[in-house]
Design a binder for this molecule. Sequence first.
Ligand SMILES: [Zn+2]
Ligand SMILES: [Zn+2]
Ligand SMILES: [Zn+2]
Length: 252
Amino acid sequence: MSLTLTLTGTGSAQQVPVFGCHCGACQRARQDSRWRRKPCSGEVRYNEHVTLLDAGLSDLAERWQPGGFQQFLLTHYHMDHVQGLFPLRWGVSEPIPVYGPPDEQGCDDLFRHPGILDFSPRLSPFMVFDLQGLQVTPLPLNHSKLTFGYLLESAHSRVAWLCDTAGLPEKTLTFLHNNRPDVVVIDCSHPPRPETPRNHNDLTTVLALNQQINSPRVVLTHISHQLDVWLMAHALPEGIEAGYDGLVIRLP
Ligand SMILES: [Zn+2]
Ligand SMILES: [Zn+2]
Ligand SMILES: [Zn+2]
């Protein structure tokens, strides 16, 4: 029994390198692909079963065969988190369940023309459900569209996926404090800012949140090129690390 979370993308909607940008982080990513950041997404493997967390990667059809994964788990319907579903829906396979927040609009015409995607699973805040033995709790986040983070829980470990968000609603914060995750993967789009950010966390906000959550390992994701530039000149505090595309997080 083991739980593995692979970060398949750790960038924002802009990604890194940013089209036309010549900052230090974008130049570095052009020279060395290890510094590239694709849209924020993950792959959860629990025993033999695979859940794709968000669908912002544009080449899902090349990465996967039908049956290679069991379902999608979506945080919200912004384009950088669902754009990979648009070509995939016209494929040939058994219906693929798509779990996500009960957003009436979704994104563009996905609900009207779902193709092989099955959007019927409806999630409610804090209502635990089961994905092939993995316990999942939807956690409301603060974002410009209805957004859920998730606590993923096996018999031995807990990992929280909190993206996209600016701060956290009080109930979500209390829940995470009471169910302390071994690892938190969290939106940190911006370097430290004087003002409280509106749609995405900056580093100051993430540090303040973890004062209350108390997770021993915090992995930053949804990273902008501005944060990458900041990281080239600053070290992160103990227990906080910048995620990167391909990072594998193993839990018991
Ligand atoms: Zn996003
Ligand atoms: Zn740049
Ligand atoms: Zn978003």
